[in-house]
Structure formats: C-alpha cells, structure tokens
Design a protein around this ligand. Structure first.
Ligand SMILES: Cc1ncc(COP(=O)(O)O)c(C=O)c1O
Length: 392
C-alpha cells in the first residue's frame, strides 16, 4: 500500500507515548493569557509563551485596528514585488533602534527566519568553506536550516564553550558561524553569550543568537541578549533573530544584522523573496507592543518575582533546571510519567503540557512551566502545591 509508513510511524509514536494531538482553545474575549478554556473547562495556563502578558492588550489591539484602517490586513505580495510598505519599514526601524543594529528584515515566522539564515549563508557550493557551529540544544529550525545548507555543520555540547573552542581551533574553514539560542526554549537557561562573543572574536567567526525566548524578557528594555553584550561593552552578536509570537504577543519574526548581510538576504534568501510579506496591520501592532515592552519594566520584574516564589515553594527534591527567564523545566524522565503528571494537574485545573521526545532528548521528558507577568501569587501557590503532591 502506498505510504504505509504513515500508519506505521504514527503507531510507533503511540506505542512510545510520543503521539501528539492538538487541543482547541475556546475563544473568550475576557480571558487573560493565564486562563484557558478547553472542552468547556477553565484551566490556569502555565504553558503559554505570552511571557509579558501582552496578548489582548488594549493598546496593541487598537494599533492593530489602526493598522488595518491605514494599510489593510494583507501585504498582497512578497516584499520584493509590492509587499513592503510603510508599516514594515517603521517596524524595522523600531527594531534597529531597540537592538542598536544597522538593519533588520521581517519574516512570517521565526522558523522561516532561522531556516532562511542558515540556508542562505550556506547556499552556494562554492562557499563550502563555510562551517556552522551549533549548540546541541538549538531549535529545530536552526538545525533544519543548517543541515539543509551546503555548509559543514558541527554541534557542541550544550553551553560547552571549551568544546566549542577546540572545534574552532581545529577548523581550517574561513567562514565560521557560531549559533546558539539566547535563552533555551526547553530549559530556560541562558547561553554564555559573552564567552561566545569572545570566541567569535578570537576565531574570526560570526555569532548568531536566536532570541525567541529572550526578546522582551531580558534587559532593561527587553532587548534580549543584546542587552547583556552591550552592558559588557562587547560588540553585539553579528546576527540576532527574534520572534514576535512569544513575549511580543503578535506574530512573525525578524533578523537583525549589518547592511551587507541584509542586502545579501534580500537578494538570496528564498524564504524572503518567494513569500508574501507579513501583514502590515500586524507590523503596526508589533511596534506598539515593542513600545510597551520598552516602557513597562514591571512586567519583567513580575516574572522574576513570581519565578523566585515558585522556586521557594517547590519541594527541594523537585529538580528545576537553573533558569534566567520565564521558563522553568521540571525534568521527570519518561514520556509516560510526564503525561501522567500533566493529566493529574489538569484534574486540579492546571494546564501544563508534557514535553516529550523528539522535542527534548530521550529520557528527559519534562513539564515546561512558563511563569508570566499576568500570573499572581495565588496562581503560583496553587501550582507549587499541585506539583509537590504530584511529584513527591
Ligand atoms: C528557540 C526558537 N526559535 C525559533 C522558533 C520559531 O519561532 P516561530 O514560532 O515564530 O516560528 C521557536 C518557536 O517555537 C523557538 O522556540
């Protein structure tokens, strides 16, 4: 039978407790990002990436409406035809100022931006003198982009800058790119950005940081990893990717870089050239969201205050990965155990999705708790109590 592997592979996933299915969240205008309604039942949501609680913010919604009235919902073509308009330009300028980068390019998603970057830098067989060095825990979109390019790819153990230094020293390649996430999506810990930058300098390499989970959350204006590098007077990463769909609470992504790479991407990045530009209304709303992020430090302070509270309330025998962000991973081991605890929490009104392989390494299935600015002390106390009961 044609494509019989489809059934076989789905059955394998079921046997291994790795089968996934979607749940449909009910529309509810009143709801905050901390509450969701699924199949008629309300839950306290600890799986959202709306870290700053900006989804449904009245000013962002108003900017969206204004963007719709001024520019329309659709960009109606790709950026290189007639899809690039004033709203996109204004958003790019805003991001350049925010991160202190010369240029910025918008993409429809972080997945597209990452894939575009690696594929484009490594697209030419003549450039096979190009090597990418990726942290082992890099996001699927970085890995897919890197491995589908013509560049050589090496992976270093998570945050192991000693191993990275050895790999860089052993290489004769002239075009080296070090790549890491700023905050790691499934662990919540931070890359050694200053050391990575230093190594890049020593080995004449470029540094790329995926700030999907740092943007908005790290830095006194939410600038992400750039805030750490700039505060140490280190030149920023050569290339930064940030997504709009997490702390910024809209949708889409950007790559910030220098003028030459910007020009190169416009001319060679297939994801950019052959794809409809992001909605201009969404770009307009994203500018408002970034303004709020720059102004409202209390949202970041709240995340760290509530994260400390959670850690202080959890039983000391529960191992939580060291975190510098909203993300706190409780590694439970097997897929079955993660699913069991997640189900148990649901009965107590908590939504906490079990994260299993292949998203995370085998044996490290986990509960990935996201603490958001809109949670309150009682939410955290309830979560800690339920986790202590379920895990100890
Ligand atoms: C580290 C990281 N990079 C990139 C992406 C992709 O971003 P987007 O959701 O905008 O496609 C994600 C999202 O899951 C992510 O966690």
């Amino acid at each position: 039978m044609a494509f019989s592997y489809i059934t076989e592979q789905l059955d394998d996933r079921k046997t291994l407790a790795r089968y996934r299915k979607r749940v449909c969240v009910q529309a509810d205008v009143e709801s905050q990002s901390t509450k969701i309604n699924i199949a008629g039942k309300n839950y306290l949501n600890f799986s959202s990436n709306d870290y700053l609680g900006l989804n449904n913010h009245i000013q962002i919604n108003k900017a969206m409406q204004e963007g719709l009235d001024k520019f329309g919902l659709s960009s109606c073509s790709s950026s290189l035809v007639t899809g690039f308009n004033y709203a996109h330009q204004a958003l790019e300028d805003k991001i350049c100022q925010w991160l202190n980068k010369p240029k910025c390019l918008l993409f429809s998603s972080g997945f597209a931006a990452n894939t575009a970057l690696f594929q484009t830098l490594g697209h030419d067989a003549l450039q096979s003198n190009c090597q990418f060095y990726l942290d082992k825990l890099s996001h699927a979109s970085m890995l897919d982009g890197a491995f589908s390019s013509k560049a050589k790819v090496k992976r270093f153990a998570h945050n192991d800058t000693t191993q990275l230094a050895k790999l860089l020293s052993a290489s004769g390649d002239s075009n080296k790119l070090i790549a890491s996430e700023g905050i790691f999506s499934m662990d919540g810990d931070q890359a050694e950005v200053n050391e990575l930058k230093q190594l890049a300098k020593e080995h004449d390499a470029w540094l790329f940081l995926d700030d999907a989970h740092s943007i908005g959350v790290i830095g006194d204006q939410g600038q992400g990893s750039s805030a750490i590098l700039n505060s140490n007077k280190t030149p920023a990463a050569n290339i930064v990717m940030g997504t709009f769909g997490k702390a910024i609470a809209t949708s889409g992504a950007f790559l910030a870089c220098d003028e030459q790479l910007h020009d190169y991407l416009i001319n060679f990045a297939r994801h950019y050239i052959y794809s409809t530009a992001i909605s201009p209304a969404l770009a307009w709303a994203t500018i408002k969201s970034i303004e709020l992020i720059q102004q409202e430090q209390w949202r970041r302070d709240k995340i760290f205050e509530l994260s400390d509270l959670l850690k202080s309330l959890l039983d000391p025998n529960i191992e939580v990965t060291p975190s510098a962000s909203s993300i706190h991973a409780i590694i439970v081991g097997s897929e079955q155990k993660a699913l069991k605890v997640s189900e148990q929490l649901k009965e107590q009104g908590i939504w906490l999705t079990a994260i299993r392989p292949p998203t995370v390494p085998v044996g490290s299935s986990r509960l990935r708790v996201t603490v958001c600015a809109q949670h309150n002390h009682n939410d955290i106390k309830h979560l800690a109590k339920c986790l202590n009961e379920a895990l100890i």
